[in-house]
Design a protein around this ligand. Sequence first.
Ligand SMILES: [Zn+2]
Length: 475
Amino acid sequence: MKTTKSIKFHTDENFDKTTSVKSFLQNCNKVGNTLLDLHFGSFIETNKYDFINQTKDYNNVFFNIRSHHYQQIQEKVFNMIWVRYDRVIKNIKFDDPKLNYLKYFAFKWDDVGNYLEKKIKKTKNNLFYRQLFWYWSQSQDQIKLEIDTLVLKIIRSSKIPKFKKLVIKVDARTTGFEQTEQAKYFGYWLSIITNTKIKGRYEQVYIPIKWSEYHEEQLDGSRLNNSFIIKWDDIYDRLEIIGSFNVQETSLNPSKPHQDNTLGIDVGVSKLLTFSNGYQVDTQALQKEFERFLQYEKQVKRLESKGLYNSKKYIRKQVQLANKVENQINRCLNNIPEDYQYVVFEDLNFKDKISRKINYLIRRFQVQGIFTKANQKQRHFKIKSINPAYTSQQCRVCNFTDRKNRANQSEFICKNCGYAENADVNASMNIKERFLDVRFKKLKYKGQIKKFLKELFESGQASHNLASQLSTGVA
Ligand SMILES: [Zn+2]
């Protein structure tokens, strides 16, 4: 299995020829912004305009630039359209839950019928989907018109987006990255065919690239791929070139789990995730939202008991929050340093002494499922799980395990040895240790784990006593 890594280059400042590249990037941005203007401006006067699938080629009519660059710009524009479109749809609120459901099909109505039929089958004739299907087949033209018109109206009335950063993707058709044989002062050069025509041909610019030991080390004999991202770095006012190369996936020959390549993760409320290397994920915003959701849920329960509540909104809110939790966790997993080959988390089905809140968080937002799903992705680490019984009460120094060790929600102070640590960090370290200690693998039940922890603690105390006796000379 191969994986792609990126590597950054700069131009050699002794040979600065980057001004023409900067104006090339500015030119590309101008084309992109004109396309955005055309798209969000005059061309959407009519409802018949195919808003989403608009990929018309204006290059020959308006711009006449190198077609490979035009394709890349078009792709950027297209992405921007999608982002804007998604945001608008998400913010639209129809009073009718049926319209609210169907709004996600705006400008892509072809599959609605099939989709709903499948949904009905999957949910075993759910009433909502059956009603939706009937409603759709009765009045689809009217629904399409109503939703598309509103989406267009909102898009037309909002500000037209603009590209500000000077960045574009280039590949072998316009760009070369080669070693020079004659040059004394630099090892490599980058050539770019720009959009400027000189005597009927597009100008080609040559830029010397700074090559360092770092690059040599990183590449380690691998060849650079022939597509690059070239970007103007506004802070240093210089050109940045981001290349990529392929390396063999290390997880094919993983080393055995040990202290340095293993990371434990504790799931909590005040910090969603705490890592055994001390890193905590600040989820204040998410936490506030979670608190608000709990409040809202209380309110819903009250109204529901009086038969006054339509649960569609509640379900939607829950789904939204679940997506946020999932995104947050995935973002953290994506940022785990390359050094770690094993990431250990608690099998949440066994999490003990769960507070009401954490229980809610885990159950409602299917945190366990997020980890399971994450494990199917190809990454530089493997996700493992352990039975976490007592990991939050166990002292990682002397193994004394007691509920009282938790001085409060966030502090751990061992009643036996006095070891003090952030409670979540202590737990995440225990999670890691438990995975590394093979003796735990046989222990399935809480009772067995408790007994073993007690043995560990007592044998530690015994050797401690022996050591202090020896050191004081009383054997
Ligand atoms: Zn202790």
